[in-house]
Design a protein around this ligand. Structure first.
Ligand SMILES: Nc1ncnc2c1ncn2[C@@H]1O[C@H](COP(=O)(O)OP(=O)(O)OP(=O)(O)O)[C@@H](O)[C@H]1O
Ligand SMILES: [Mg+2]
Length: 249
C-alpha cells in the first residue's frame, strides 16, 4: 500500500534517514521500532511532507505522494496520529471529534463521531469534558478516534504508549490490533513498547541511526535475541537456552 524507496531526509542540513526503503503491505500492521533518535518520527514526518526529503520516492497505492501537503494526504486516506500534541486540550471530546471530521459532510461527521463513541465507550462517558481533563490513556484513545474520523485506509501511529502505565499502554496497543481486525485498516505503528507491538504486528522494521537494521516478519524480530537485547531492551532467553526439565525428576 505504501512504498518508500531510498529515502534521504531530515531537517534542513541535518540528515536523519539514509537510503531508507520500507514497504507497508495492505491490511496489516507494520511495526517500526528502534532506539531513541533512530529516525522513527522523522520517517512518519517524511511521509506526511513535514520533514525535508532530499531524495527518494514515497508511493501510496502506486502514486507518488512525495511533497504533497498533509490535507491532500488526508483526502487520499492517510491519517497521522503524532507522538505529541494530538488533541485540542481546550475543546470537549465531542468538539475534538467534530474538528477531526472537518473533511466530511456535517451529517456524516456526526454519524462517524457516534460510531467512535461506540468503539471507545470511554469517550461517550466523557463526551462533554475538555480533552485536557482526560487521563493519558483516554487522551490517546481520543487521538486514535480522531484519526479514524477521516475514514483512513492507512494510519500512521507514533508511540501511542508514551508516558502510559504499562497496563494502560497494553490496552491502547490492543486497540490497534482491533483496527486491523475489525476495520481492515492498514497501520504503520511506531512503538517504544517493542515487545507488545511486535506480538500484534505482522511486518517489522528495526531502525538504527537512520537505516534499516532488520526487515522481516514481526515474530522473527522477536526471535533475534541479540537485536532485541541491544536495541530494544527486550531480554528474553532464546528458545534453545530455556533449561530443559528432562532428567530433573
Ligand atoms: N524538528 C527537528 N529539527 C531538527 N532536528 C530534529 C527535529 N526532530 C527530530 N530531530 C532530530 O532528528 C533525529 C531523529 O529524531 P526522531 O524524532 O526521528 O527520532 P525517534 O526515532 O522518533 O526517537 P524517539 O524514540 O525518541 O521518539 C534526532 O537526532 C533528533 O534530535
Ligand atoms: Mg519519535
Amino acid at each position: 500500500m505504501l512504498k518508500i524507496n531510498k529515502l534521504n531526509s531530515g531537517y534542513g542540513k541535518l540528515q536523519v534517514l539514509y537510503d531508507l526503503s520500507i514497504e507497508i503491505p495492505e491490511k496489516g500492521i507494520t511495526v517500526v521500532v528502534g532506539p531513541n533518535g533512530a529516525g522513527k518520527t522523522t520517517l512518519l514526518c517524511s511521509i506526511m511532507g513535514i520533514a525535508d526529503v532530499s531524495s527518494g520516492e514515497v508511493e501510496f497505492q502506486g502514486n507518488s505522494i512525495r511533497a504533497l501537503p498533509s490535507y491532500l494526504l488526508a483526502r487520499q486516506g492517510i491519517s497521522y496520529v503524532p507522538q505529541m500534541g494530538n488533541v485540542f486540550a481546550e475543546l470537549s471530546v465531542r468538539d475534538n471529534l467534530q474538528m477531526a471530521g472537518y473533511l466530511l459532510p456535517t451529517a456524516k461527521a456526526k454519524k462517524k463521531a457516534e460510531q467512535m463513541t461506540v468503539m471507545f465507550p470511554v469517550l461517550k462517558k466523557f463526551i462533554d469534558r475538555k480533552a485536557a481533563t482526560l487521563s493519558g490513556g483516554e487522551r490517546r484513545m481520543l487521538a486514535v478516534a480522531m484519526g479514524l474520523m477521516k475514514d483512513p485506509k492507512l494510519m500512521l501511529l507514533d508511540e501511542l504508549s508514551t508516558d502510559l502505565a504499562p497496563i494502560i499502554a497494553e490496552k491502547v496497543i490492543s486497540e490497534v490490533a482491533r483496527l486491523r481486525d475489525e476495520l481492515g485498516i492498514t497501520i504503520l505503528l511506531v512503538e517504544q513498547m517493542a515487545k507488545r507491538a511486535l506480538e500484534i504486528g505482522d511486518t517489522a522494521y528495526l531502525l538504527v541511526s537512520g537505516g534499516v537494521r532488520f526487515a522481516g516478519k514481526a515474530r522473527e524480530l522477536l526471535n533475534e535475541p541479540e537485536l532485541c537485547n541491544m536495541y530494544l531492551g527486550i531480554k528474553q532467553p532464546a528458545a534453545q537456552n530455556i533449561p530443559s526439565i528432562e532428567g530433573s525428576r
